[in-house]
Design a protein around this ligand. Structure first.
Ligand SMILES: [Zn+2]
Length: 242
């Protein structure tokens, strides 16, 4: 294995061990800013909360964005390889919103193109697109928040995820779950905002060169689009078939 990649994985393991469950207030604040007319508990107890109209999406300034990466002890070379991208999308109420997503610099144009096409050519709804730093780097799957960069390992393994290179995007992750032998989460492809074989959103990502976790044989990551050539090019990370 590439020694640089090994080093990153070691650093990540340390980060994971050190990070206590903190910053939950930040998570609450961010979720509340989306739906200020409902209490946090009310939101989470509503099985269709993710369809509620959103008041406004919190946006990071370039400085807030860079500081949030530095505070997480992300290596300088990873920070330098990333970009904060504004994207427009349609909410479940068909209103257009502007969100932000962190991706690898080489994927900026492709990311903009994909979200533009989803907005213009489909009626596919997305709940929110908010960088994980606004969730204090806690997972935002529970809130159906879509996103790109996440400084972490693949769940349940010591392997670095393509998200840690800004080379993966998750869409509506709560209703497009990752399903494997140990985690069988509810997935109903008849719901609005879900991804399935033949979905026009999958087609748009594919045409822009992205691979899809819904095509995997041994597990399904319905939410997950990725560009394995990026970590391969910079770190020699070989794609793992799942
Ligand atoms: Zn993913």
């Amino acid at each position: 294995m590439n020694s640089k990649l090994k080093e990153l994985e070691k650093m990540l393991l340390l980060t994971v061990e050190k990070s206590a469950v903190d910053g939950l207030q930040r998570v609450k604040d961010t979720v509340q800013s989306l739906w200020p007319n409902h209490s946090f508990e009310e939101i989470l107890n509503n099985p269709k909360f993710y369809e509620l109209p959103i008041t406004s999406i919190p946006l990071l300034t370039e400085n807030q964005y860079l500081n949030s990466l530095k505070n997480k002890n992300i290596p300088e070379e990873i920070i330098d390889s990333l970009s904060l991208v504004e994207v427009n999308y349609k909410g479940f109420n068909n209103q257009t919103y502007t969100g932000q997503i962190i991706v690898h610099k080489e994927l900026v144009d492709s990311t903009k193109q994909v979200f533009n096409r989803i907005l213009k050519e489909t009626d596919f709804p997305i709940t929110s697109i908010i960088p994980l730093s606004l969730f204090n780097w806690n997972s935002s799957v529970k809130y159906n928040n879509s996103g790109g960069f996440d400084w972490r390992l693949v769940k349940g393994s010591n392997e670095i995820t393509d998200h840690a290179f800004g080379a993966a995007i998750d869409i509506n992750p709560l209703i497009n779950p990752w399903i494997n032998e140990t985690a069988n989460r509810p997935y109903d492809p008849n719901l609005r905002g879900t991804l399935f074989s033949g979905s026009n959103v999958v087609k748009i990502f594919r045409e822009a060169g992205w691979k899809w976790g819904g095509d995997w044989e041994y597990s399904k990551d319905w939410q997950h689009f990725y560009r394995p050539e990026i970590p391969l090019k910079y770190y020699g990370k070989v794609e793992v078939k799942e």
